[in-house]
Design a binder for this molecule. Structure first.
Ligand code: HEM
Length: 291
């Protein structure tokens, strides 16, 4: 948003916008859990989760409108509005991209990174293997533009495998729903029709022995590496984290590049430890994390 709310300050300030995002997501998940008439009735009465949703929505709108006005002012002051085009230093923020009508970017890579570092803190063996791999390539963690991260992908097999493994256990999009275009029969024999919503749960699928073998709950990047040392390609309908078919995530490669750049930079400079005693549990949210 080209705006720093200071959420990483040492005293973890209470940010209304951040809380509102969380509340709105919780209310949206709730709509999937109860019959439609229940949440619609709650909305009509202005009670329960729907009340929370309405209040949160207002806070989010006010915040975003503030950011848009600020950005519009900056843009109009800048006589060369072309300077705000995507990729330009001045316009390299999400709000400009949205205002440029490039939509559908999400906070997914951030959620994935949070869980990735959490898993590393619990699995020092994996952390040291990543560090070992990083030691085999030439790059400068104080100057991330020193290497082309896309090119680096072929050299960083273990890091790539560790990211996929974290995404398997903690998918940023935890569940999804689709409706058939017409009456059909699934391979399982279930009859489906366009009025139905078929919900598939990537979080659960990542932890199913029938899909990922007995050790499915272990964080084991090795499962993604073939004996030849290359990455094992799993079918997208098995690893649904980026969806499958024509609506597959178009940001998949970009997000992997972003994550690699962030991980390499952070690991190169810092030791990450979880705060002792801090409860870390997934929450019912669209982003699927609550650290
Ligand atoms: C770890 C990071 C990410 C994950 C797990 C992820 C996951 C997904 C999933 C599951 C969908 C399908 C949604 C649906 O159809 O129901 C999707 C769609 C999409 N993603 Fe991502 N995404 C990630 C990062 C990104 C990034 C960084 C971008 C933008 C640069 C992006 C852009 C999009 C777009 C535009 C679509 C819509 C594609 C379409 O419907 O044709 N994603 N993503």
């Amino acid at each position: 948003m080209d705006y720093d709310p200071g959420s990483l300050s040492i005293d973890f300030p209470n940010l209304p916008f951040s809380k509102a995002l969380h509340d709105a997501e919780e209310a949206l998940v709730y709509r999937h859990l109860v019959p439609t008439c229940v949440w619609k009735f709650q909305r009509w009465l202005g009670i329960g989760q729907e009340k929370k949703h309405k209040e949160a929505w207002k806070i989010i709108d006010d915040f975003i409108y503030g950011c848009i006005s600020k950005k519009r002012d900056e843009m109009s002051k800048n006589s060369q509005s072309k300077a705000y085009k995507v990729g330009n230093e001045l316009g390299a923020d999400l709000i400009t991209l949205y205002m440029d009508e490039v939509k559908d970017r999400k906070d997914t890579a951030g959620a994935a990174l949070s869980w990735f570092f959490y898993l590393l803190s619990k699995n020092p063996r994996v952390l040291s293997k990543i560090k070992e791999e990083l030691g085999t390539i030439t790059w400068d963690c104080h100057n991330i533009s020193s290497r082309n991260f896309e090119e680096l992908s072929d050299e960083l097999i273990y890091l790539h495998a560790a990211i996929f493994e974290a995404l398997r256990l903690y998918p940023p999009v935890t569940f999804n729903a689709k409706a058939p275009a017409e009456v059909d029969t699934l391979p399982s024999g279930h009859k489906v029709d366009p009025k139905m919503q078929i919900i598939f749960d990537m979080y659960a699928m990542g932890r199913m022995k029938s899909i990922w073998e007995e050790d499915c709950c272990d964080f084991k990047p090795e499962r993604w590496i073939l004996e030849t040392g290359k990455i094992r390609h799993e079918p997208s309908y098995k690893f649904l984290v980026f969806n499958s078919g024509p609506r597959t995530c178009i940001g998949k490669n970009m997000s992997l590049t972003i994550m690699k750049a962030a991980i390499m930079t952070i690991i190169g400079k810092y030791n990450i430890e979880p705060v002792q005693g801090h409860p870390i549990v997934p929450s019912q949210s669209i982003r699927g994390y609550d650290l």
